[in-house]
Design a protein around this ligand. Sequence first.
Ligand SMILES: [Ca+2]
Length: 218
Amino acid sequence: MARPMVVSWEAFPRAVLFAIMLLFLAVVAYVSMGTGGWVTYNADMLPNESGWMLSTYSKDPNLQTIREGVLDYLKPVAAHHYTYRNVGDLSNAAGTILEARVRVVQGGMSPGYAEVPPFYYGAYLAISDGSKHAGLSVGDGYVQLGRQLFKLDTLGGFHTYRLELKGNLASAYVDGKLVAASIPVDSGDKRIEWGVSSSSNTGYAESLWDYVKYKIGI
Ligand SMILES: [Ca+2]
C-alpha cells in the first residue's frame, strides 16, 4: 500500500526557494540573451575591480581614475599601461568582436616601422583567439591595424572603435564604418587586451574610455 504523500512545513520554504532560484536563472538567461552575449565594462569601476587583470606596469593607482562612468587611463614615458582578461572560450572559427568608445587625450611617441611612420599611440585594443592575434591602435590623428593607417580626428571627441577577428582576417571599424582590414599574425594566447599604448610606445599617453565590450561569434 502506497504511503500518503506527506508535505511537511519544513519542505515548503525549500520548494519556494527552489522555485525562486529557477525563476532567477530564467531571468539571468533572458538578460544574457538580450545583451547578445556581450561582456561589457562600463567604466563605473576601475578595470581591476571589474574582473580585468592589470599589466605589470598598471599597479600605480595614479594611472587610472573613474569620473562619471569614464575611465581616464594614462601612462608615463617609456612604459606600458594595459589591462587584459584570459578568455578560454575564444575561437578563431567563431570569431571575436572587441569594441570600445574612446577619446584619445594625448598619444605617446612610437618609433614606427617599415611602411608605418612614427606616430602617437593613445589607445590600444587587441584580440588573441588561440590561433591569431590582431591589435587596433588609436593614435593622435590615426587608427592603425597591421600596416594600414586610417586618418581620423581621434582627439576631438569620442569614437566607437571596433576590432573583429575571424579566420585569417582582422577588420577595424570606426563609428560603424569599415576603415581597415589586414591579415592577423599567429598567436597561441586566448586573451582580450586593451589600454593606453602598445609596447613600442615611448612617450606619455592618455585616453578616456566610456566602455569596452567583447563578444564571441561574428
Ligand atoms: Ca561608461
